[in-house]
Design a protein around this ligand. Structure first.
Ligand SMILES: OC[C@H]1O[C@H](O[C@H]2O[C@H](CO)[C@@H](O)[C@H](O)[C@H]2O)[C@H](O)[C@@H](O)[C@@H]1O
Length: 541
């Protein structure tokens, strides 16, 4: 696959402070761009700007901690750091002015978009796809944005880069809107990232490289076949490579040992957990992570790792990962074996087996069918709660099952549950998570965004499809109609779609909680709703 040609970057005119700085330093050399290659290294803004990064983030120069890591430097980052070191102790030094002179604020294309209140939900979403589309040329040298070879959709608002698991749910709607071009370019971008980085990062930012997100590439590949964009077979090597990333180290683990994403359980079974290779505060939530770590008696690096692993789960944050649901500082993500992650990996193993079969590779077909079966058995032993009749995460440090959440529907969505299990899950979900506005993420109210009272588009989709797969159309349809009503009610009032909704009350409201303000846009809400309109029509009441 060919990489994109990068647009040459023009530096803005020097501002007054730069004139002063230029008297102190030699003239800046022109940046060297190597066409056709990603950035020479994968340094994050925290790596590049060191004490300048810490100073900016800790001084609260920007309200949102993600703003500074997304700023584009106006010159070589190393020169910026050297300039900073030279003048930071000078009398009258002003950090804000220094940052203004050396960085450009991230452009949030689309913020200026004004929706037409006369548009139906379908029209609104179809008009938004171009607004949320980013091109390879949008890449700015030395910024944290990783260049991608082809066009892609971003969620919107502060999230102006591609996100791994969001993209699958966005692609559902793109297919419905007839945007197979974007379906193909986005899947190719993910395949390219697997080739380039050995895995699919959380998003295309340098600061997302050290972790992935829920592994849904196999689902994207399957979507291709369902929606008539043939070509799933060409991704077999990518699926195998992604599998190797998630299973790295599995071969040498003894019971009760763990390495990166793999945990070896007391009976020798191998299951997976979320992980991030770094154990420092997240660049994009630096201040929040430092404050959270201060509230814990554990070594700060352990807290940082668990916060990062929580971000890798896509459920950042949720009572699912907390020992004490009221304290984010009690986070232990790496000590939980998540039901959804293992269900997605079952899907990956099954997809590899199926595609290998289509290509006539019988050995791989049988090997991965066996791996999927072995995983299904381990999931049943460790993650199935026969008494409560639902799947639950497993706390492998305490050797006990953890809290129940909407993740319990993912084994149904990927087809690994038995019919008896599916029936029990339906009853439990109906009783504990279903509201007139859709499916709650969890039954606990913590102030975290992946908890009650919030409902999220990806969870609705997996529940709807999961229940229908097991013949429970009544529950699937009920969730679909409730969610369509929620999104439409809100749209009629505010003329926009949002990242998550408060679905505990009678009327649809903005979702909240967590570490950043509610975002508009929004990729996966648009995708799931557009698909549901295709299935259920425009009549939402
Ligand atoms: O900036 C904080 C965190 O934001 C992201 O997580 C949330 O938005 C993502 C994009 O819609 C979504 O995939 C995720 O499920 C949300 O919780 C990001 O993925 C995190 O890594 C980041 O630290």
């Amino acid at each position: 696959m060919q990489n994109a040609k990068l647009k040459s970057h023009e530096f803005p005119e020097l501002e007054p402070i730069e004139l002063i700085l230029d008297r102190m330093m030699d003239a800046e050399p022109e940046p060297e761009m190597i066409e056709g290659l990603p950035p020479s290294d994968a340094l994050t803004p925290a790596d590049r700007y060191m004490e300048l990064f810490t100073a900016v983030q800790s001084s609260r120069l920007f309200e949102d901690s993600k703003t500074f890591p997304d700023c584009a430097p106006k010159m070589d980052p190393l020169d910026i750091l050297l300039r900073y070191r030279r003048i930071k102790n000078h009398p009258g030094f002003n950090l804000q002015r220094f940052v203004d002179a050396h960085f450009s604020l991230p452009a949030h294309h689309g913020d200026e978009y004004v929706s037409d209140p006369g548009d139906s939900l379908t029209e609104h979403i179809d008009k938004l796809w171009p607004v949320l589309t980013r091109q390879p040329e949008d890449h700015v040298p030395w910024s944290s944005l990783l260049p991608l070879p082809q066009a892609y959709i971003v969620p919107g608002g502060r999230f102006s880069e591609t996100y791994y698991w969001d993209s699958y749910f966005t692609m559902l709607g793109l297919a419905e809107s007839g945007r197979n071009d974007l379906l193909r370019t986005m899947a190719d971008n993910f395949a390219w990232m697997i080739e380039m980085y050995g895995h699919i990062p959380n998003g295309n930012r340098t600061y997302y490289l050290s972790r992935s997100q829920p592994p849904v590439f196999a689902l994207m590949v399957e979507l291709f076949e369902e929606d008539g964009v043939r070509g799933a077979r060409r991704y077999l090597d990518h699926l195998l490579k992604e599998y190797a990333f998630w299973m790295d180290g599995a071969g040498s683990l003894m019971p009760n040992q763990a390495y990166r994403h793999v945990v070896c359980l007391p009976d020798g079974a191998l299951l997976n957990r979320y992980w991030d290779d770094r154990d420092t505060p997240r660049d994009e939530s630096w201040r929040e992570d430092v404050e959270t770590a201060k509230l814990s008696s554990r070594p700060a690096n352990e807290v940082y790792r668990d916060l990062r692993a929580g971000a890798a789960s896509g459920w950042d944050y949720s009572s699912r990962w907390l020992r004490d649901p009221d304290r984010l500082a009690s986070i232990r993500t790496t000590q939980f074996i998540p039901v959804d992650l293992n269900a997605f990996l079952y899907k990956l193993e099954s997809a590899i087996s199926n595609i290998a079969g289509l290509k006539g590779n019988r050995e791989t077909q049988a090997l991965f069918r066996h791996k999927a079966e072995v995983r299904r058995d381990a999931i049943t032993r460790y993650l199935w709660d026969d008494e409560e009749g639902c799947f639950r995460d497993y706390d492998w440090h305490r050797q006990q099952r953890a809290r129940f959440s909407a993740a319990s529907v993912v084994p149904l969505f990927v087809g690994l549950a038995t019919h008896t299990q599916a029936e029990s899950v339906a009853a439990v979900v109906r009783e504990r998570l279903l509201t007139s506005g859709g499916l709650l993420a969890t039954e606990v109210e913590t102030g975290e965004q992946w908890d009650k009272p919030n409902g999220w588009a990806p969870l609705q989709w997996m529940a709807i499809q999961g229940f229908k797969l097991y013949g429970n159309d009544a529950l699937g349809d009920e969730i679909a109609r409730s969610w369509l009503r929620t999104v439409n009610q809100f749209y009629q009032k505010h003329h926009k779609l949002i990242e998550k909704y408060h679905i505990s009350g009678s009327a649809a409201r903005e979702g909240g909680g967590g570490e950043y303000p509610l975002q508009d846009g929004f990729g996966w809400t648009n995708g799931v709703v557009r698909r549901l309109i295709g299935l259920y029509g425009e009549n939402y009441e």
